[in-house]
Write a protein that binds this ligand. Structure first.
Ligand SMILES: [Zn+2]
Ligand SMILES: [Zn+2]
Length: 217
């Protein structure tokens, strides 16, 4: 490897992106310029390097997050609008193509957010860009349709079996689902009726809590 002059390449602990007046550090999540301005690339900064020791030729070493549109198989119904996959794809880019900082949450912490900002994303899968494989390769499924959970979609919970259901899969509108006082799925309802027929109970079933898995806005 060629020996570089002492004043050449230098690793930086932070760098200020002038266009956004924000300082970035290794470990930060950033949004970078993309052909579609509404869908900036999302990346994690691994290293910041000044190519000539100054501040006018600074590169960032990044690990890309892929959007569902960019993976083998494309966007699936259960992929949320803010879903990204941590890829094994490393790259070096001009630091000045960074358009903003962002946050990539775990799925669990994303679900706990009180409000989702433009700069909030979540990651529940790693993606191998050469094989097209996801890790984990299995995920919990819900509803009669047996789909993984999409946090953009409202679901209602059956308190009999605790499963979650899409209103559409219950022949219900979203508005109806929001207004429903309590909910038992078809299976739990018929089981509930059988129990009541057997023991001639006169009390009504316990009040069923209705909740949505959807994030609070
Ligand atoms: Zn469904
Ligand atoms: Zn049920």
């Amino acid at each position: 490897m060629a020996k570089s002059p002492a004043n050449a390449r230098k690793t930086l602990t932070s760098y200020t992106i002038k266009s956004i007046a924000k300082s970035i550090r290794p470990g930060d999540y950033v949004m970078m310029r993309a052909p579609d301005p509404s869908k900036p690339y999302v990346a994690k900064v691994a290293k910041i390097v000044s190519e000539n020791g100054g501040s006018n030729n600074v590169k960032v070493h990044v690990q890309w997050y892929y959007r569902p549109e960019e993976v083998v198989g494309g966007r699936k119904q259960f992929h949320g609008t803010k879903e990204v996959f941590l890829s094994d794809h490393l790259d070096v880019q001009d630091a000045d193509t960074i358009e903003g900082k962002c946050k990539v949450h775990s799925f669990k912490s994303y679900m706990k957010l009180d409000a989702i900002g433009n700069d909030d994303f979540y990651c529940r899968f790693r993606y191998n860009s050469s094989t097209g494989e996801f890790n984990p390769d299995r995920i919990a499924v819900y509803c009669k349709c047996e789909m993984p959970y999409n946090p953009d979609d409202l679901m209602i919970q059956c308190e009999g079996c605790s499963d979650w259901f899409h209103p559409a899969c219950l022949d219900m509108t979203v508005e109806e689902a929001k207004q429903i006082g309590h909910f038992l799925c078809h299976d739990c309802l018929s089981q509930d009726q059988r129990i009541h027929q057997t023991c001639h109970a006169i009390s009504r079933p316990a009040v069923i809590r209705v909740d949505t898995k959807r994030r609070r806005m």
